[in-house]
Design a protein around this ligand. Structure first.
Ligand SMILES: Nc1nc2c(ncn2[C@@H]2O[C@@H]3COP(=O)(O)O[C@H]4[C@@H](O)[C@H](n5cnc6c(=O)[nH]c(N)nc65)O[C@@H]4COP(=O)(O)O[C@H]3[C@H]2O)c(=O)[nH]1
Length: 845
């Protein structure tokens, strides 16, 4: 039986991360709430929770108030509480309210939350278990636990980690006074034991090896049927190392940014692990030499006449592929290796650097005058570091080879045109297989020739190097940057979900380029700008050559637009016509070939965020062209009249699936289906809709037909009659894309609509354009006056949500909640909701 967990965070992304971390750890019952009132609703009548993870994004007073309010919810009263400091939080860790068992930063959630929870939760077994089982539970944990009798202050039990650190057997620790082992700072030990409030207090752990500073916290437990106190000690050393290890690894693995990253990584390793010696060897001889090549050597000590590599036994062993690990006493264990002798180190390790095929590329040797601390931590860090050095070494060797073969640009170190074209072909093959969308950016420096002519080639080279650095730091590690020619660069942005993603990167590149650039020997800084052209795979072309050609054309149109900007490729009217003719022919067969699908996007109640409906959105997956956007093929279907049969197919499919969900979940979800103007002109529209309803058995009141606002009453003569007819069938009507057409209040009055959907172009500008905000506000207000419901489309970020909620919008739809999903995924979403609702029973069971 497991008690539930509550996650509270106002920021959706953070809430999602917290949920994913705990859910991923296999906990079946994780509730998520935006704030205390939401938590109250969720937890009403639920049994006590095991854990509350609460994110703070304000000051100390906010945190205190939030904690107090949470504790007033019966299910949270006794729960273990962990704080997450969100971006923007001004509360400091030391100001956190009482009763917080542990805390971490928002950025640590994915990696650390579950570990912290496991570490902070009281050991479950000891409550009723006998001492032996108690010890067993402790054996599994690397943390240092002491169970103490609060009356005598004597140790009853310890975890094996305490024994390891104090170099005493756990049996030898039992019966000792706790003051012999722990010395608190600034608080009397009797207070700590009395309060047992799970707070962390500064403390020293004493052992025969001296004192180790850290923190300890106390909590009440039962031991052998009696009340006892469990004290947990966290060594600063271990703690700093754990924290440092994480940040160290993330910094070591950060993308290259022009500096000698190997050296930086090596120094980080030395500093953060407290090492005295580090050497990085390449197995390949250096120029004109034989034997391994020393790439980096760091030593905290006087310069030495270093022994030759051939004499270093440990190095030879590592280059033969064998790891050497001596946490302590290395001089004895390496049987007189001259290097270890010379260094006089106690902890020593050597790790081979392997390539993907397990061939040895080099060696990493490290040493420390004191024994290595917690090997459970040091060893994985060293192994990760070795993997990182191996990767860099492999890259370096490939580059050297590439340079020798003329594939790498010597000035910038980027792939040159030849290598890039080869890579682009590989990317296209992969994208075809995985149906990925990617973008090609052609980046051309504006007036670079002037710089070369006036300031000379050395200045020009410096500009190109800086531009390389700026480009590389504007994209992700998985993207590709190459030097195409002189002042032309190409960038491939992988895994694009929407064009906006590319837009942001292109904007960023334009901006970073503008930053003033200092040239050695020149007084005034230079301003270098770039013009960028963008083409997309597969929309603009399926082959590398054409994609580059289109990006290049778009780059020229950016130059024409006055430089220092970017343009997306747009096909010419003639090409567009040819393209459309081809697509129209293919579209004719799409339905028959089973290439159409219906996706569903949830619509949620703005207050509760619970699902209230879904919009059916058609998708066309062409076997060769890949996914084609409805924005492209719906207009073609309308032009050709194919929309009539396509629309009827969507209607039938969606009604059938909605009915299935209704039977399975009984949620009364509304189904929105788009009707195009062409369908509205069809004399037998009502028959088509009635047939879809009759065939599926869907309650007509659950079907809402979405009619775009841009349809004019004049252009669709029987529009109003048709809509009335649909109403008579029992269906509802929504006006889609509201605000984009020429609708007037009068128009709206004439249409028998039940709901208005605010177009996403307005929603997107919330927080950006006050005029659009005013339109959104007025639309909601007007709709409510006319007694119509309002749905906002394209809700993407928390700010949109806040604004729409504050302005009383009824329902919301957008990526913030969910992208359109295929039938099986939507089904899983509903099943998950069902499971969460059924939880009270599960908790009680
Ligand atoms: N940027 C952004 N976009 C969001 C967000 N949330 C939803 N969307 C997208 O916005 C569109 C909403 O549908 P629509 O306005 O009816 O606009 C639809 C609709 O006019 C038309 N369409 C789609 N399916 C059908 C259909 O079965 N019949 C007809 N006649 N038209 C359809 O194609 C249009 C485009 O459809 P989709 O590409 O599926 O695009 C969908 C949806 O994927 C968000 O947070 N951010």
């Amino acid at each position: 039986m497991s008690a539930g967990i509550l996650v509270v965070a106002a920021q959706r992304d953070l809430r999602r991360n917290m949920f994913d971390a705990l859910d991923g750890a296999g906990h079946p019952t994780v509730h998520t709430a935006r704030g205390v009132p939401h938590a109250e609703l969720l937890l009403d009548g639920r049994p006590p929770l095991a854990l509350v993870v609460v994110a703070f994004d304000g000051d100390a007073v906010d945190a205190q108030t939030c904690c107090e309010q949470l504790r007033r919810i019966p299910a949270c009263a006794e729960a273990l509480m962990i704080a997450v400091l969100a971006d923007g939080a001004t509360v400091k860790p030391s100001q956190l309210p009482d009763g917080i068992a542990d805390w971490l930063y928002g950025s640590q959630v994915a990696l650390e939350l579950v570990t912290r929870w496991r570490r902070a939760r009281p050991p479950a077994t000891p409550v009723q278990a006998g001492p032996d089982q108690y010890r067993f539970a402790f054996e599994e944990d690397a943390s240092e636990w002491l169970v103490v009798d609060p009356q005598t202050e004597r140790v009853l039990e310890t975890s094996s980690a305490v024994g390891r650190h104090s170099q005493l057997e756990p049996e030898q620790l039992v019966g000792r006074g706790v003051r012999e082992l722990l010395a608190f700072e600034g608080i009397a030990i009797e207070h700590v034991l009395q309060q047992a409030d799970r707070r962390w207090y500064a403390c020293q752990r004493r052992s025969s090896r001296g004192a180790d500073t850290g923190q300890a916290s106390a909590r009440r437990i039962r031991h052998g049927g009696c009340e006892a106190i469990a004290l947990m000690f966290r060594s600063d050393r271990a703690d700093i190392r754990a924290e440092a290890a994480l940040s160290l690894l993330s910094r070591m693995f950060a993308p290259a940014n022009g500096v000698d990253t190997q050296k930086v990584a090596a120094r980080l390793l030395v500093d953060e692990l407290g090492l005295d010696y580090l050497a990085l060897w390449s197995a390949q001889p250096g120029e004109g030499a034989s034997g391994p090549n020393l790439l980096i050597q760091l030593w905290r000590g006087d310069d030495q006449p270093w022994p030759a590599p051939a004499q270093q036994g440990a190095l030879r062993q590592v280059l033969d592929g064998k790891a050497v690990l001596h946490p302590a006493d290395a001089r004895r264990l390496t049987s007189g290796d001259p290097l270890v002798e010379l260094l006089g180190v106690s902890g020593f390790a050597g790790l081979p650097l392997f390539d993907e095929r397990r061939a040895v590329l080099g060696a990493l040797l490290v040493g420390s005058r004191t024994p290595f601390g917690d090997m459970g931590l040091v060893e994985p860090v060293l192994r990760c570091a070795a993997a990182r050095f191996a990767h860099a070494l492999e890259l370096r060797q490939t580059r050297e080879q590439g340079r020798a073969e003329g594939l790498i640009d010597a000035l910038t170190g980027l792939p040159n045109r030849l290598l890039f074209t080869d890579r682009l072909d590989t990317i296209i093959r992969e994208a075809h297989r995985t149906r990925e969308t990617f973008a090609v950016l052609f980046v051309d420096l504006d007036r670079f020739k002037d710089i070369n002519d006036t300031l000379g080639h050395a200045a020009g080279d410096q500009v190109l190097k800086t531009v390389t650095h700026r480009l590389c730091s504007s994209v992700r590690a998985s993207d590709t940057v190459a030097r195409y020619a002189g002042d032309e660069f190409v960038v491939v942005l992988r895994h694009i979900i929407k064009n906006d993603d590319v837009l942001r990167v292109a904007e960023k590149i334009v901006q970073v380029m503008e930053a003033p650039l200092k040239i050695a020997g020149e007084e005034a800084p230079l301003k270098v700008t770039a013009s960028i052209g963008v083409s997309f795979y597969p929309d603009d072309s399926l082959d590398a050559e054409t994609l580059l050609k289109h990006a290049d054309e778009a780059m020229y149109s950016a130059k024409r637009e006055g430089r220092n900007n970017f343009q997306f490729y747009e096909i010419s009217p003639e090409q567009a016509q040819q393209h459309d003719v081809l697509l129209k022919t293919r579209l004719r067969h799409a339905e028959g070939n089973g290439e159409l699908r219906v996706f569903y996007q949830p619509q949620v109640d703005a207050a509760s965020e619970d699902i209230v409906g879904m919009e059916a959105l058609v998708r066309w997956e062409h076997p060769e062209l890949g996914p084609i956007s409805p924005g492209v093929f719906i207009p073609l279907a309308e032009e050709t009249g194919l929309i009539v049969s396509l629309g009827a197919w969507v209607l039938r499919t969606a009604c059938r699936q909605a009915r299935e969900w209704e039977d399975k979940y009984g949620l009364g979800l509304r189904l929105g289906v788009n009707l195009s103007a062409v369908q509205l002109m069809e004399p037998d529209l009502l028959d088509t809709v009635s047939a879809a309803l009759a065939e599926s058995g869907l309650d007509p009141r659950l079907l809402e037909l979405e009619v775009t606002e841009s349809i004019s009453i004049k252009a669709v003569p029987n529009l109003v009659e048709n809509l009335h007819g649909l109403h008579r069938l029992g269906c509802r009507i929504a006006i889609d894309d509201f605000g984009t057409g020429a609708a007037s209040l009068d128009y709206l009055r004439k249409l028998p609509a039940d709901r208005i959907k605010i177009d996403q172009s307005f929603v997107r500008n919330i927080g950006i354009d006050p005029d659009d905000e005013a339109i959104v506000r007025a639309t909601i207000d007007m709709a409510h006056r006319l007694k119509r419901g309002v749905v906002a489309e394209g809700v993407e970020i928390e700010q949109h949500l806040k604004f729409l909620r504050a302005n009383h919008c009824d329902e919301l739809q957008g990526y913030l909640f969910c992208r359109p999903l295929p039938h099986p995924s939507f089904d899983r979403l509903l099943a998950e909701r069902q499971r969460l609702l059924a939880e009270p029973q599960a908790n009680v069971a």
